[in-house]
Design a protein around this ligand. Structure first.
Ligand code: URA
Length: 236
């Protein structure tokens, strides 16, 4: 696949196309063993390695990140005042196209998925693809069989959901939509208040042992499973 050199480099790092042009003009980019001179030249990154300041760019069409969002951080890539999820991502992994697939409320915690693949993000959050999102919640009072039945039928106008009571005033809930404040609204509809909300799973992705504030790239196996879950071919 041949792609414009400036677009290629911009897609692999935090630089804008304008900044990439400057890098090329400054003689900091090589393609194979020659100096790159024209931002618009087309290159095949799989056939000819591209070097920036002597370091090879390992070309990947997309980047997929799993973040353990702590409470108090906005599910956003930028904000003028508040701490956002992207602040937790090392700069080497910043990409202009990085977006969040399925936001969490500011006070919510857990699995946040960021990807540069817009179609993947869209499908993960669209109910048509039935991707299960699992949340563990602390409530103001326990739930029992009545609430399990109510969730199974659908509460507050939402689709049926699976509710599993956990010891104490805790529960696990699985939903396939992702509407604004959905889990809190569902519990409110059965007279409970969510005190703490942690997303532990998104389709085949599990939060696992990632500590709050930590971020990691998906493994090739996870990427495979994720694309399959929404009927897409893996793009890389
Ligand atoms: N449901 C909510 O109420 N909040 C979230 O952050 C996610 C799901």
């Amino acid at each position: 696949m041949r792609i414009r050199l400036d677009r290629l480099i911009a897609s692999q790092g935090p630089w804008s196309r304008k900044e990439v042009k400057k890098l090329i003009k400054a003689g900091r980019v090589r393609v194979g063993d020659r100096l790159a001179r024209r931002p618009e030249e087309k290159v095949d990154p799989e056939a000819e390695p591209v070097f920036l300041d002597g370091e090879p760019l390992f070309y990947r069409r997309h980047l997929h990140l799993l973040l353990h969002k702590p409470p108090g951080v906005l599910s956003a890539t930028r904000d003028r005042e508040e701490a956002v999820a992207l602040d937790l991502v090392p700069e080497a992994l910043w990409r202009r196209e990085l977006g969040i697939a399925g936001r969490l409320d500011k006070d919510a915690e857990g699995l946040l998925f960021l990807t540069t693949d817009g179609e993947l993000a869209h499908r993960l959050t669209h109910p048509r693809w039935k991707v299960g999102k699992v949340y563990e919640v602390d409530l103001d009072a326990p739930v029992g069989e009545a609430e399990v039945r109510a969730f199974a039928q659908g509460v507050a106008g939402f689709r049926p959901a699976r509710l599993e009571p956990l010891p104490g005033a805790r529960a696990r809930v699985t939903i396939e939509e992702g509407k604004h404040h959905q889990v809190k609204r569902m519990f409110r509809a059965v007279g409970r208040e969510v005190k703490r909300l942690v997303r532990t799973r998104l389709g085949p992705l599990e939060l696992g042992p990632l500590a709050p504030g930590e971020v990691r790239e998906l493994t090739p196996e996870e990427i495979d499973e994720l694309y399959r879950a929404v009927g897409l071919e893996e793009a890389d």
